[in-house]
Design a protein around this ligand. Structure first.
Ligand code: G6Q
Length: 545
């Protein structure tokens, strides 16, 4: 982390020195000597309660982290994002997902134009359309009502809405079947439509660019399927709507301009679930619930924009992540949600975080000399406990983890929820405080077997506890992580809102596809790739078995 003169920022150096002192700190010791710790290191915002006391951090650690955040200009960078400045510098665009959930009657100006009337207009159009689908007023080409909605999109045009649909299933109209197709593997679309009736199926083709290979291939296959049933191109207008920024390509596909839901280039794909990209979610849960999800996002946006750094949830999580990644050697970050409805939450966060902060070039174009975004991963609890938690408890790596849980279940059957939550609390306690050799021996284990059963503890966790998983809570939770990622991008001095690696992927395969289609390997491939291509071309023609 360098200041302008090329020297490490003094705040960075102070943290490095402090990290050396903290090597001997233990959570047992920190809690033992400070009974006010849990009360002090916790806060509530937008319906979420965060306990961050089980971190290898003292008041001094936090003071140094806030000083680094100040030195990196976090407050002014945040104001620049909310103000619509072009902080996505490599693409020369503002970053305004916060405008999509701005619930107050205020304007936000981009290039001299207020974007809010457009945002409200699209939300109103989405509400009218989803209402018509839900009520049966919107009919398919043969006059039957729509019973199935299939979203076709990938990356940011899939993961957010797919995650939110899963999360908010209890709020959805269960008479509608809602599916998400993303993979260009023909298996995905085939399995998604095999038991559906085209006369009752609506496809939402979601693509910011409307040129993404996977999405367009799946959309064309879906269109063929509908046209096989109707043999009339006019049917496309009743069975397809588009969510895009590219009106020209949408029209070329055959989708009526009035069935296109617009969004804007200042909405990044992975930050787009509050835009028209959320249409399948709104169809499933209705406009009112969708509005409550936006309220939750907005509540966390306001908290992030207004709370002081030391009482600011995204800042706290973001700066603790910096502490572990850059000063204590952590390489990964686990997100462990104790709620089956959040089964896709880690997958969505993975994109939000890793596509945003998986960067090696600093804002001034030089190679960074510090670690940037961690590997983000996770599965819902308690499943992970029977799989990978072993490594978190007793492995050689430091894996900071977020535990997300709820006081009330949407499915209060028997004592399931107390059992779920007893695991939730027990895990963070065990990770923090471990079990000493003496404790193991006192349980009757032979001294020579004891080392295998010792748990060092000192495994840091954040606990996020909310009352219930509702549209509002989900919005607040997603916004919390979006802003955490923003905080870290500012500290690491990288551009969080471009994704050149994704763009590379979009062009690479095209060259090889031509060879596979012609059966001729004409490009100058390395030996390994050429041999693999030859084998594929030769064997794909053979009948199985
Ligand atoms: C997200 C990325 C990427 C994008 C997909 C789909 O931030 O840009 O994941 O969302 O590649 O792109 P389209 O929406 O343009 O099809």
């Amino acid at each position: 982390m360098r200041a302008r003169q090329g020297h490490l920022l003094s705040e960075w150096r102070a943290l490095a020195a402090h990290a050396r002192e903290m090597k001997s700190a233990s959570l047992r010791g920190l809690f033992g000597s400070d009974h006010g710790r849990a009360g002090r290191m916790s806060l509530e915002a937008a319906g979420l309660y965060l306990d961050y006391s089980k971190h290898i951090a003292t008041d001094e650690t936090l003071r140094l982290l806030w000083a680094l955040a100040e030195a990196r200009g976090l407050r002014s960078e945040t104001a620049r994002m909310f103000g619509g400045e072009k902080i996505n510098a490599t693409e020369k665009r503002p970053v305004l997902h916060v405008a999509l959930r701005e619930r107050r009657d205020v304007g936000i100006t981009v290039d001299g134009k207020d974007v809010m009337p457009g945002v409200r207009g699209v939300l109103a159009k989405m509400a009218a359309f989803s209402g018509a689908v839900r009520s049966g007023e919107w009919k398919g080409a043969s006059g039957r009502r729509i019973r199935n909605v299939v979203n076709i999109g990938i990356g940011g045009s899939d993961l957010g809405p797919a995650m939110a649909y899963e999360a908010l299933k209890p709020f959805s109209d269960r008479s509608l079947t809602v599916r998400f197709v993303s993979n260009v593997d023909g298996t995905h679309i085939s399995e998604a439509i095999r038991d559906l009736d085209p006369a009752e199926t609506l496809f939402v083709v979601a693509s910011k660019t409307f040129t993404t290979q996977e999405t367009m291939t799946n959309a064309e296959t879906a269109r063929d399927w509908v046209l096989r049933a109707f043999a009339d191109r006019k049917a496309v207008a009743r069975h397809f709507v588009a969510v895009s920024t590219n009106a020209k390509e949408v029209a070329a596909f055959g989708i009526d301009a009035s069935n296109m839901f617009e969004f804007w280039d200042w909405v990044g794909g992975r930050y787009s679930m509050c835009s028209a990209i959320g249409l399948p979610v709104m169809i499933a849960i209705g406009a009112d619930n969708f509005g409550m999800m936006l309220d939750g996002f907005h509540a966390m946006d306001r908290h992030f924009a207004e709370a002081p750094l030391e009482r600011n949830m995204p800042v706290i999580l973001g700066m603790l992540g910096v502490w572990y990644s850059n000063f204590l050697g952590a390489e990964t970050h686990a997100v462990l949600a104790y709620d089956q409805y959040l089964a896709r939450f880690a997958a969505h966060l993975q994109q939000v975080d890793m596509e945003s902060n998986g960067k090696q070039t600093s804002r001034d174009g030089r190679r960074v000399k510090w670690n940037t975004g961690p590997v983000v991963w996770g599965e819902p609890g308690t499943n992970g406990q029977h799989a990978f938690y072993q490594l978190i408890h007793q492995g050689t790596r430091l894996v900071p983890a977020d535990f997300i849980g709820f006081c009330r279940s949407r499915n209060p059957v028997g004592d399931h929820h107390d059992k779920l939550m007893s695991n939730f609390f027990a895990q963070t306690e065990a990770l923090a405080f471990g079990k000493t050799k003496e404790e193991v021996v006192a349980e009757g284990v032979r001294r020579k077997d004891a080392p295998h059963r010792v748990f060092d503890g000192n495994r840091p966790t954040s606990t996020i506890l909310a009352d219930e998983l509702t549209p509002f809570t989900l919005g607040a939770l997603v916004a919390l992580y979006e802003h955490k990622v923003f905080v870290q991008g500012v500290i690491w001095n990288i551009f969080s809102f471009d994704q050149w690696g994704v763009q590379l992927g979009k062009t690479l395969a095209g060259r090889i596809l031509k060879e596979l289609q012609s059966g001729d390997i004409v490009l100058d491939h390395d030996g390994s790739t050429a041999a693999l291509l030859r084998r594929y071309l030769e064997r794909r023609r053979k009948a199985p078995g």
